[in-house]
Design a protein around this ligand. Structure first.
Ligand code: CMC
Length: 430
């Protein structure tokens, strides 16, 4: 029998249906709340609000579980690649070999940017924030011609659109990096895979091709894969929100880049590195940083700690911590920031403030150390997060747009401003 919850308010009472997910998560369907009881819900920050049902990603924050299309993140991290995971997220199942080969071919074919992009890049100052450049350039992609076959099925068209976006974003990220350094733009190398090509586009010289070591390619693959989706977070909800007005996928993902940029979301990976550097250089001690975070001094938080959903270790952080240890050992790099990070983590995990609030390291705590070891400058960290998150945004946008019942997202509010007030002419204002 369908389960319901009874809501009684003044002299009215309504039964609201309970929706159950495949992992037993329960939600109260409030679709009839306004018409039935004259109420709306108020939930700033949406901590108790489900904006959709989704088949893409499952998180159990209490247990520290993350699965893409049902597959545990640990298995994907061990056996899969970013490109395969992108296909999995967007199409809903693991690809067959021919499908993966086709996707790789599409990624390769879409890698070059139209020459007109160069003029757009030239318009930015060298120190323009890379996330601003990324967002602007994603919006610009559909301004340039794209040839696709007329006889493609809707699924083939979706794959081509996804490949175009995922591939172009990589080239845009690398061009942004080169523009900031006054380096000449390079063409993608069709022989290279997604990650190696990105490293080539960033680090090669016109006279000497950068050859990324397999360890570096694996590490970046892992970073991208671990960031590929995270259900209804701030940037993904933004992509869905914009997409709900039937804006195109480029406008929706460009808006998501803006949401990701903030230090409470994807920008945290930059903030973590700045915090670790400041502690290392003696600006503050680790103990002081913990104290400031507890006091909330000047709004300071321990960056890379805490999560809206995880009330346990973020499984991505666990994987990245192990990867950082491995890569630094392989490279023979001794990064003092890793020691500072370990010290902070140890102190925080013993401190009742963090323990009581269930604040654990999140994905951003170790990703920066790993990227730094790979020679990626700090201001590119959030851009790389965005490259990784692109398949998630695309998959979630597609799920929304394929849903015949989807409506434009339009939350309500409880107005708390002045009651009706007459306009007063400027000469009569006190
Ligand atoms: N340092 C110190 N205190 C914290 C922290 C932190 N990093 N995070 C949360 N708290 C405290 C907060 O002050 C509050 O305390 P009290 O109950 O005494 O008022 C309590 O913990 C709950 O915090 P909240 O702000 O209500 O939690 P939220 O769910 O709204 O925010 C968060 C989640 C991730 C924005 C927050 O934990 C935070 O600001 N963390 C630092 C930034 C960060 O690392 N962001 C990356 C998130 S993971 C990547 C991604 O998916 O975006």
């Amino acid at each position: 029998m369908a389960r319901t919850a009874k809501l009684t308010f003044d002299d009215r009472s309504i039964d609201l249906p309970i929706v159950e997910g495949t992992e037993g998560e329960l939600g109260l369907d409030i679709g009839k709340l306004r018409s039935g009881a004259g109420l709306i819900t108020l939930d700033p920050g949406y901590g108790n609000t489900g904006s959709c049902t989704s088949e893409i990603t499952f998180i159990d924050g209490e247990k520290g579980i993350l699965r893409y299309r049902g597959i545990p993140i640990e298995q994907l991290a061990k056996h899969s690649t970013f490109v395969e995971v992108a296909w999995l997220l967007i199409l809903g199942r693991l690809p067959k070999q021919a499908e993966l080969d086709d996707f790789r071919e599409r990624l390769g074919r879409n890698a070059p940017l139209h020459e007109g992009f160069k003029h757009l890049f030239e318009g930015f100052l060298a120190d323009a924030p890379p996330m601003a450049v990324l967002s602007a350039m994603i919006n610009a992609i559909p301004c340039f011609p794209h040839t696709s076959r007329d006889d493609e099925s809707p699924e083939e068209r979706a794959i081509e659109d996804a490949a175009r976006l995922i591939s172009k974003v990589r080239s845009i990220a690398a061009y942004g990096y080169r523009r900031a350094r006054g380096l000449p733009y390079l063409y993608p190398d069709p022989k290279l895979g997604y990650v190696a090509n990105f490293m080539h586009l960033m680090f090669s010289c016109p006279y000497r091709q950068h050859e990324a070591s397999p360890e570096m390619v694996d590490a970046l693959n892992l970073i991208l894969l671990l960031h590929a989706d995270h259900e209804q977070n701030c940037s993904t909800s933004t992509a869905r929100m914009v997409g709900s007005s039937q804006a195109n996928i480029y406008a929706s993902c460009a808006a998501a880049v803006g949401a990701l940029w903030g230090p409470l979301h994807g920008g945290a990976n930059v903030a973590v590195l700045e915090m670790l550097e400041s502690i290392h250089k003696g600006g503050v001690s680790a103990a002081d940083a913990i104290k400031m975070a507890k006091d909330g001094t000047g709004g300071f938080r321990l960056m890379g700690f805490g999560h809206r959903v995880y009330k346990n270790f973020d499984p991505r952080a666990r994987i990245l911590k192990a990867a950082a240890d491995k890569v630094l050992a392989q490279l023979g790099v001794k990064d003092p920031l890793l020691d500072v990070a370990r010290q902070l983590e140890e102190m925080a995990l013993k401190d009742s403030y963090f323990v009581d609030r269930k604040l654990y390291p999140n994905v951003d705590f170790y990703s920066g150390i790993l990227m730094r070891a790979m020679g990626i400058p700090t201001n590119m960290f959030t851009v790389i997060f965005a490259m990784g998150r692109m398949p998630g945004w695309i998959a979630q946008w597609k799920e929304l747009r394929d849903d015949p019942k989807a409506r434009i997202a339009r939350p309500r509010q409880i107005y708390t401003g002045p009651n009706e007030t007459d306009y007063v002419g400027i000469d009569q204002r006190g």
